[in-house]
Design a protein around this ligand. Structure first.
Ligand code: PMP
Length: 384
């Protein structure tokens, strides 16, 4: 866009290419059966993997904390906004992922840009998976560090790229890739990182709560220590059903981030009631083994069913199950047809995913029943 006058033309062009983003309006609680634009639908779109976004005991914890502490935090953490609820949440999150300490951020986006920009500078190099989340990419931009991308999950390419790196070296990867649903080869990456004195940072936004014992996430499940993975980022707006995020690591690393991370320092703390809600969620997450088992069963059911129908799936064993359609127009039209049959599934298009790989991003939740998945498969069969 060369001039501000080009904005309407830009929008028209996007529309013509079926790339214009739009929003549905949610008029109920988030769930597998939300009311969207005035109509109840069966939704396969949210990251509320354990069905906690509308859980009564989390809502009650938030209400009680709002009654007791009010709504606004009133200041940033380092001024006077840091509350007992934030402090306890940090301790409990650190324990969940087996690290010494944690620092809570307002969102995952802020955690990622806040960690990378605090640790890295123009003299340093960040090695990034080509499919990393936008917030990780933006964090590197903000830091000014040199960015070397490696092919998706390709550890040989990562090792090659490391040979070109200068200064401090940070390898950054999604734990579970947000648009493909597959997991990073963390064990191999940790070995490579160690051999070249690089640090490994894992954004486990979609793994926390879903994967591993007590929902400790992918790093925890693989038993990777803090020497192997010095930085874990987790988000609370997905499996936890609340809002916010955290970074966990050694105490000195967390202390350092608290001193220098601008997206941590220069923003109002999240309301203490949100931290209280996240603490209530954490208790439920830790005890949600039955929900995680149901989720695993639904994932298997969906994968087997959709494969039998001849659709292209990704190598994902997580609740993110993208069905690759290819052309933007086709992905959008299938999403529209699904909606006509009462099913909400989002079509994800470039630039969020590479050109030619537009997809229906099906996400499963522990709240889905076998009948829900059967219904989705039936409609997908009709659309074939
Ligand atoms: N990392 C990943 C991998 C994500 O998918 C997301 C959310 N889409 C984020 C970070 C950002 O988290 P938040 O929504 O809390 O800002």
């Amino acid at each position: 866009m060369r001039s501000f006058d080009d904005i309407p033309g830009w929008l028209a062009q996007r529309k013509q290419e079926h790339l214009l983003r739009s929003r549905n309006q949610l008029q109920s609680a988030q769930s597998t059966r939300p009311v969207i634009n005035g109509k109840e639908v069966l939704s396969f779109t949210s990251n509320d993997y354990l069905g906690l976004a509308n859980h009564p005991s989390i809502a009650a914890a938030m209400r009680a904390a709002a009654e007791q502490y009010g709504v606004g935090a009133g200041a940033s953490h380092l001024v006077s906004g840091h509350h007992l609820e934030h402090e306890l949440l940090e301790q409990e999150l650190a324990a969940l992922v087996d690290r010494e300490a944690a620092l809570v951020f307002s969102t995952g986006y802020m955690a990622n840009i806040g960690v990378i920009s605090a640790l890295m500078s123009r003299r340093d190099t960040v090695l990034e998976d080509k499919l990393n989340h936008a917030s990780l990419i933006d964090g590197v931009r903000l830091s000014g560090a040199r960015s070397l991308r490696y092919r998706h999950n390709d550890t040989d390419h990562l090792a090659q790229q490391l040979e070109r790196a200068q200064g401090k070296k940070l390898i950054v990867t999604d734990g579970v890739f947000s648009m493909d649903g597959d997991c990073a080869n963390l064990c191999e990456m940790a070995d490579i990182a160690r051999a070249s004195s690089a640090w490994l940072m894992v954004d486990d936004a979609h793994g926390i709560g879903v994967i591993g014992q007590c929902g400790g996430g992918l790093v925890h499940k693989l038993g990777l220590s803090s020497e192997q993975v010095p930085l874990i980022v987790g988000t609370l707006g997905k499996a936890f059903g609340t809002s916010g995020a955290f970074v966990a690591g050694d105490k000195s690393t967390i202390d350092y981030l608290m001193q220098v991370s601008r997206p941590y320092i220069y923003t109002t703390a999240t309301p203490p009631a949100i931290a209280a809600a996240s603490r209530a969620a954490l208790k439920l997450v830790a005890g949600a083994n039955a929900a995680r088992t149901n989720l695993t069963e639904r994932i298997q059911q969906f994968r087997e069913g959709i494969k039998t129908l001849g659709y292209e799936l990704m190598p994902s064993y997580t609740p993110i199950q993208p069905v690759v359609i290819g052309a933007n127009e086709k992905a959008v039209s299938m999403s529209e047809q699904l909606l006509k049959r009462g099913i909400l599934v989002t079509a994800i298009r470039p630039p969020t995913v590479p050109k030619g790989t537009s997809r229906l991003r099906v996400t499963l939740s522990a709240e889905h029943t076998a009948d829900n998945v059967e219904y989705l498969l039936g409609v997908m069969e009709d659309l074939k």
